[in-house]
Design a protein around this ligand. Structure first.
Ligand SMILES: *[C@@H]1O[C@H](CO)[C@@H](O)[C@H](O)[C@H]1NC(C)=O
Ligand SMILES: *[C@@H]1O[C@H](CO)[C@@H](O)[C@H](O)[C@H]1NC(C)=O
Ligand SMILES: *[C@@H]1O[C@H](CO)[C@@H](O)[C@H](O)[C@H]1NC(C)=O
Ligand SMILES: *[C@@H]1O[C@H](CO)[C@@H](O)[C@H](O)[C@H]1NC(C)=O
Ligand SMILES: *[C@@H]1O[C@H](CO)[C@@H](O)[C@H](O)[C@H]1NC(C)=O
Ligand SMILES: *[C@@H]1O[C@H](CO)[C@@H](O)[C@H](O)[C@H]1NC(C)=O
Length: 392
């Protein structure tokens, strides 16, 4: 009986927490499959969706607008992506604020003009910044942390003020075509909070069921919550003349659980995988044979040659261990490298029956392939991964 009652209580708690999730922290549903998110809510723009699609949006009548100013706080380690979009005339006139190389980029399309302006401080330092976008007559002004940022002046010969119709606002994506002057990747791993959007009290509409959290403190890295992974075509990592493939991973491996990395090459029966076990505190290299390592290291370098796999793991600068050249009985066909796939945070393909294949839970502080930083936003497929930040 006691057990039965506890189950009922658990069931009730579960129902309550699911309900809370469904409605969002302090949002309301509107009964149309859209969910409302308060204008000042803290919103993580990194959530999975079609890459150009906004996370949240709202439409208002231009006649309702009494303020020409939007202000909000923004935090990211991501150098590139969309922050904020607005349009009128059903997308004919539009405004996009994004980051490129960490620096604000505004692009504006108004009547017959397409304008871009780049400048201001690098914002991708993981700190909260206050941004303010306002529109005074012919000028659009972006201020960062209260000091004069960017000013764009535009005057059209066919100018006529639009005072009726709709205005659409969106965060984390755009609603018009992608004919920009400066191209950029739209995905943004960043958070927005304390927004005041044209002084409108109307909430945002969201089509996603639950919003990802914004952690109070973050650090650079890629965070895997245990529910997804990122897949790359290995063709994007060319093999150089030395005929080697080098993959370097940084992080606290003793705090990881699940598949860190896997590689699938055509014609090769066994896949390669690297799996952390949080219970045994071991990281196992699954390849030709299985090699368990104590997970006390912070950096791991895997070098694949035509007939060897070299594993170097480093606890700190004075304690580096290299597992001497490990001969492979079934050499990696680097000629097939260009037709394979590499996954971070999960297991690929067949042949992994003997590998416990749960998704990775943990933070990789840095990932390099062939000596270059890996940007998970460039994956051919990415699911439930924060590409540029980990909770701290
Ligand atoms: C917006 O304008 C339309 C007509 O253009 C009107 O039907 C609607 O009630 C207006 N909405 C608000 C909130 O004023
Ligand atoms: C903003 O809206 C509030 C009420 O919602 C109003 O009191 C205030 O005057 C408005 N501010 C501006 C600048 O329009
Ligand atoms: C990735 O590889 C698949 C085949 O495995 C191919 O269909 C796809 O076009 C490739 N994508 C990119 C972006 O190279
Ligand atoms: C690892 O195990 C510890 C102790 O059981 C637990 O607190 C922690 O959440 C686990 N971490 C992961 C990533 O599974
Ligand atoms: C892991 O460390 C323990 C001692 O802490 C040692 O006995 C064991 O041999 C180590 N295992 C490996 C695979 O290095
Ligand atoms: C490096 O790690 C070893 C083994 O854990 C430890 O004895 C040594 O003090 C560490 N050195 C530094 C500089 O932290």
């Amino acid at each position: 009986m006691a057990v039965f009652c506890k189950t009922m209580v658990d069931g009730l708690l579960l129902t309550l927490s699911v309900t809370l999730l469904w409605w969002g922290a302090d949002g309301h549903g509107n009964g149309l499959g859209m969910r409302e998110v308060p204008g000042r809510a803290t919103v993580n723009l990194g959530q999975d969706r079609d890459i150009w699609r906004p996370l949240i949006h709202k439409t208002v009548n231009l006649s309702e607008i009494s303020s020409i100013k939007s202000s909000f706080q923004f935090r990211t380690y991501d150098p590139e992506g969309v922050i904020f979009y607005g349009d009128t005339k059903n997308g004919e006139d539009w405004f996009v604020l994004s980051l490129r190389d960490g620096i604000p980029l505004m692009q504006i399309n108004k009547e017959d003009m397409l304008v871009s302006v780049v400048g201001g401080p690098k914002l991708n330092d993981g700190k909260w910044h206050t941004l303010e976008v306002s529109n005074y007559g012919k000028f659009v002004i972006l201020e960062v942390d209260g000091s004069g940022g960017l000013v764009v002046g535009m005057q059209s010969k066919q100018s006529q003020e639009v005072i009726s119709g709709k205005l659409r606002l969106a965060l984390g994506g755009i609603l018009t075509n992608k004919e920009m002057i400066i191209q950029f990747g739209p995905q943004m791993d960043g958070c927005v909070r304390e927004g005041n959007w044209l002084n409108l009290s109307k909430p945002w509409e969201s089509e996603v069921d639950d919003l990802w959290p914004c952690y109070e403190n973050i650090q650079p890295g890629s965070y895997f919550p245990g529910t997804g992974f990122a897949i790359f075509n290995t063709s994007v990592f060319p093999v150089e003349d030395d005929n080697e493939v080098k993959i370097e991973l940084w992080g606290d491996f003793s705090q990881m659980d699940g598949t860190i990395l896997s590689i699938e090459l055509p014609g090769r029966e066994r896949i390669f995988a690297l799996v952390a076990n949080n219970n045994t505190k071991e990281v196992t290299v699954f390849g030709d044979e299985n090699i368990p390592l104590n997970s006390t290291f912070n950096r791991l370098v895997l070098t694949f040659g035509a007939a060897f796999l070299r594993i170097l793991h480093e606890e700190n600068e004075s304690k580096t261990t290299e597992l001497s050249v490990h001969p492979l009985s079934h050499p990696v066909q680097l000629t097939t490298w260009k037709d394979g796939h590499l996954a971070i945070g999960g297991l690929l393909g067949e042949g992994g029956d003997n590998i416990a294949s749960n998704f990775l839970t943990g933070c990789l502080k840095k990932i390099q392939v062939q000596g270059k930083d890996l940007d998970l936003d460039l994956a051919v497929k990415k699911m439930s991964v924060s590409s540029h930040s980990c909770p701290a």
